[in-house]
Design a protein around this ligand. Sequence first.
Ligand SMILES: CC(C)(COP(=O)(O)OP(=O)(O)OC[C@H]1O[C@@H](n2cnc3c(N)ncnc32)[C@H](O)[C@@H]1OP(=O)(O)O)[C@@H](O)C(=O)NCCC(=O)NCCS
Length: 190
Amino acid sequence: MTDQAPAPEPEIPGQTTGDFHGKPTSASRTALSHIMTHNDTNLLGTVHGGVIMKLVDDAAGAVAGRHSGGPAVTASMDEMAFLEPVRVGDLVHVKAQVNWTGRTSMEVGVRVLAERWNESTPPTQVGSAYLVFTAVDADGKPRPVPPVIPETERDKRRYQEAQIRRTHRLARRRAIMELREQRVAEGHRD
Ligand SMILES: CC(C)(COP(=O)(O)OP(=O)(O)OC[C@H]1O[C@@H](n2cnc3c(N)ncnc32)[C@H](O)[C@@H]1OP(=O)(O)O)[C@@H](O)C(=O)NCCC(=O)NCCS
């Protein structure tokens, strides 16, 4: 048993102070749709993962540009999950929103859904991804972004989950850099 106070919940912009210079999630949320054709297939005859990744990057880039009010570049793409194969004749919907903002970077969450182009059955989720975009100025240098203000309970959950991913990304990068420095100090060349 401990008498330590529990760790405070991560702060969500707009929750306690009213964050009037931020932008709500809905202001930049974007969807794009595309019908898959034979040009999009791999050697197995299903849609190439790279085609889906391009659509994901396009939708996320539009969201990042809208949120930050200018150019933004893909800094990383992680946790791209392919849940179901996508086929020729599928109408693919890519839905993206800003989950979290830092000083100059934004995490964009993307859901990929597919339905037969000529059937009225509901779309199924076939993939998901999280990308980090960094807003840049005319010289390609990072520039500040407005804080995102999560609106719904789902937005707030995504914000908190994105903070966990951010913490893990930074910790992983730090651990790898430390290992490399240690190996150099031990005289390893590679
Ligand atoms: C992304 C880029 C602008 C970052 O520049 P940098 O000089 O390393 O800038 P910083 O280290 O100050 O990082 C700026 C922000 O980006 C984030 N960032 C940088 N690299 C990142 C990475 N690999 N993963 C996640 N976030 C990253 C930082 O955490 C920081 O966020 P914060 O301000 O919210 O805390 C630069 O690496 C770049 O131009 N990369 C190429 C981007 C590109 O061409 N993408 C398309 C590929 S085809």
